[in-house]
Write a protein that binds this ligand. Structure first.
Ligand code: PMP
Length: 437
């Protein structure tokens, strides 16, 4: 039973090296849409692991590719060396990415990808003789990992509070979401053009000639799944262009199919200058991240002084052979199994079924974007987060793994979800909501 296997903790900051203080929830195996506990219980994975196992668990082609790579080449440095797997994967990524984004800097996680993207943005301006452009602009509720740069541009205060002082010269845009007018909108709410004017307002306080980059998640993920209102990203792009500011999309969650397109950039038809990605890159099977950059960013480095590119040195495990093999195999799986085509068929039901929770107990807002969903619950007076946590526990008892950020329930299942599994997730949540006080 769940009680034997997982008393209270779904989240373990440290893995105890001697005795367990709180037992974690143990999963021994995974296949397709399910995790399997050591005692054989199957749990429907409503989170694709942690927004990463996009093509479903246990994809044989990916496992085989990792095995073969491990037998071939255990390690090679990315300093003046490389290997055919890295080159093949980079070339395939360029085809998968939006037109014009054709170079990748390999790293090992989303946090590294964000910090590296921010460094590239500053170095880009420096290489072009604009060393005064150092300021970074993030956004409220933005999540950009746990590195110092990502934390600095993050818009989630509780993640940052214990670690200050963070980077100076960082400003934040407001979240382009107004509960009063946008709650329960299906798809993208209206009003993006006006919301994006917040950037112009910010640039009246911060001289645009001092700003290096704006970084946003196209769809706010960990902060609670907020899709961009119509016209918003387009307007951010235009304002950045007007002032010579780089636009970075943090696509760690939205990349690799989550919105029904390879990246959010294609889904929304807006091309950033840099994209950070990770998670779905290797289908979660091997740690990997990447910064994808547009040709003009790459060219500025190459035309700049040699130190510019040399100072941006990589990590020991950049372009690791196992990760490149897993990444290449993931793109093969996307193509051969038509993951995006399948998802396109599932999305209307996903959105329709999610929004049928309107009117369920405690629900005050529902947002969907691609195969993402957030359900906001009214907090129980005096007990913020309790309803979210209790709903999460009841769902797990009923065999469905979801996530809650306080009183916001979050869903991000593998993209290969079947109609019956969509139904199972939302029915289970509905029943759980009916049981909590
Ligand atoms: N950026 C975004 C948008 C993310 O969602 C995450 C992880 N949830 C990160 C960065 C950090 O990625 P990682 O945990 O791989 O460092």
């Amino acid at each position: 039973s769940r009680r034997d296997n997982a008393p209270d903790a779904f989240w373990m900051p440290f893995t105890p090296m001697r005795a367990f203080r709180q037992a974690p929830l143990l999963f021994e195996r995974a296949e397709g849409m399910h995790y399997i506990t050591p005692d054989g219980r199957r749990v429907l994975d409503g989170m694709a692991g942690l927004w990463c196992v996009n093509a479903g668990h246990g994809q044989a082609r990916i496992t085989e590719a990792i095995r073969a790579a491990a037998g071939r080449l255990d390690f090679v440095s990315s300093f003046k060396m490389s290997h055919p797997g890295a080159q093949a994967y980079a070339a395939r990524l360029a085809d998968f990415a939006p037109e014009g984004i054709d170079h990748v800097f390999f790293v090992n996680s989303g946090s590294e990808a964000v910090d590296t993207a921010l460094k590239i943005a500053r170095a880009y301006h420096q290489a072009r003789g604009q060393a005064g452009r150092t300021k970074l602009i993030g956004r409220a509720k933005g999540y950009h990992g746990m590195g110092w740069g990502g934390l600095s541009v993050s818009g989630i205060g509780r993640h940052k509070a214990a670690f200050g002082p963070l980077l100076p010269d960082v400003a934040h845009l407001p979240l382009p979401y107004d509960r009063a007018s946008m709650a329960f909108s299906r798809g993208r709410p209206e009003g993006g053009l006006a919301a994006a004017e917040a950037l112009e307002t910010l640039l009246q306080i911060h001289d645009p000639a001092t700003v290096a980059a704006v970084i946003v998640e196209p769809v706010t993920g960990s902060g609670g799944v907020y899709p961009p209102p119509k016209g918003y990203l387009e307007r951010l792009r235009a304002i950045c262009d007007q002032h010579g500011i780089l636009l970075i999309f943090d696509e760690v969650i939205t990349g690799f199919g989550r919105l029904g397109s390879p990246f959010a950039a294609q889904a929304y038809g807006v091309r950033p200058d840099l994209m950070s990605c990770a998670k779905g890159m290797t289908n979660g099977a091997v740690p990997m991240g990447g910064v994808l950059v547009a040709g003009h960013v790459y060219d500025a480095f190459m035309a700049g002084p040699p130190e510019a590119i040399e100072l941006l040195h990589g990590y020991t495990y950049s372009a690791h052979p196992l990760a490149c093999a897993a990444g290449l195999a993931t793109l093969d799986v996307f193509a051969e199994q038509d993951i995006l085509g399948q998802l396109g068929k599932a999305l209307p039901l996903w959105e329709e079924r999610a929004h049928r929770l309107k009117g369920a107990a405690h629900v005050v807002d529902i947002r969907t974007a691609g195969l993402l969903c957030a359900i906001d619950l009214a907090p129980r007076p005096g007990a913020d987060g309790a309803r979210g946590g209790e709903t999460n526990t009841l769902c797990l008892d009923a065999g469905v793994l979801i996530r809650n950020a306080g009183d916001t329930l979050v869903l991000s299942p593998p993209l290969v979800i079947a109609p019956a599994e969509i139904e199972e997730i939302f029915t289970t949540i509905e029943q759980a909501l009916g049981r909590i006080g």
